[in-house]
Design a binder for this molecule. Structure first.
Ligand code: GDP
Length: 180
């Protein structure tokens, strides 16, 4: 099928998670395929777009990268409301950030849309020698809460495209009407 005749979906996706877990680096890896270790902290939220092709449709992501700092927390509902998907990020080398991710999942399940797709991303998988969050623990938590879990490295790119591909596949295609 020619790409011009594919159904085009627009999905709003929000990234949530503690400060420093790698949200901005993940978005940069996905959108620009770059990794800059000294990326500046996000203030409030940053917005980027990226389009990917699935087998029979094209998905344009409108990605909101929120700041993880506590002082911006009250702004989060503004970004996750109306979102088809949320990527909740924690760092595999920071156990506290996993607790933070659980709090976000909890909040999304209470206050996000009823069919919001929640992806749980364990980032910094390249730092396996200092890992603090066990893979099975994260899988079990995701299973129990109905999220899906993937491990990523914004640094090496492992899992990053797959994460967004999986999100695109899981969002019900009825949630956002196709635009051509
Ligand atoms: P944010 O506050 O969640 O947006 O986090 P950033 O994207 O600003 O990243 C915080 C720090 O973690 C930066 O110093 C990044 O270089 C580092 N970082 C982000 N992703 C990775 C990764 O996959 N592997 C490693 N080793 N470091 C990462």
């Amino acid at each position: 099928m020619a790409s011009s005749s594919r159904a085009m979906y627009h999905f709003k996706v929000v990234l949530l998670g503690n400060s420093g877990v790698g949200k901005s680096c993940l978005v940069n890896r996905f959108v620009k395929d770059t990794f800059s270790p000294d990326i500046e902290s996000t203030i409030g939220a940053a917005f980027l777009t990226q389009t990917i092709a699935l087998e029979t449709e094209t998905v344009k992501f409108e990605i909101w990268d929120t700041a993880g700092q506590e002082r911006y927390r009250s702004l989060a509902p503004m970004y996750y409301r109306g979102a088809q998907a949320a990527v909740v990020v924690f760092s595999l080398v920071d156990a506290e950030s996993f607790a933070g991710a659980k709090a976000w999942v909890n909040e999304l399940q209470k206050h996000g849309g009823s069919d919001i797709v929640i992806a749980l991303a364990g980032n910094k998988s390249d730092l396996s020698h200092v890992r603090k969050v066990d893979r099975d623990t994260a899988i079990e938590y995701a299973r129990a809460t109905g999220c899906f879990y993937l491990e990523t490295s914004a640094k090496t790119a492992v899992g990053v495209n797959e994460l967004f591909q999986q999100v695109a596949r899981r969002v019900p295609k009825t949630a956002a009407p196709p635009r051509r």
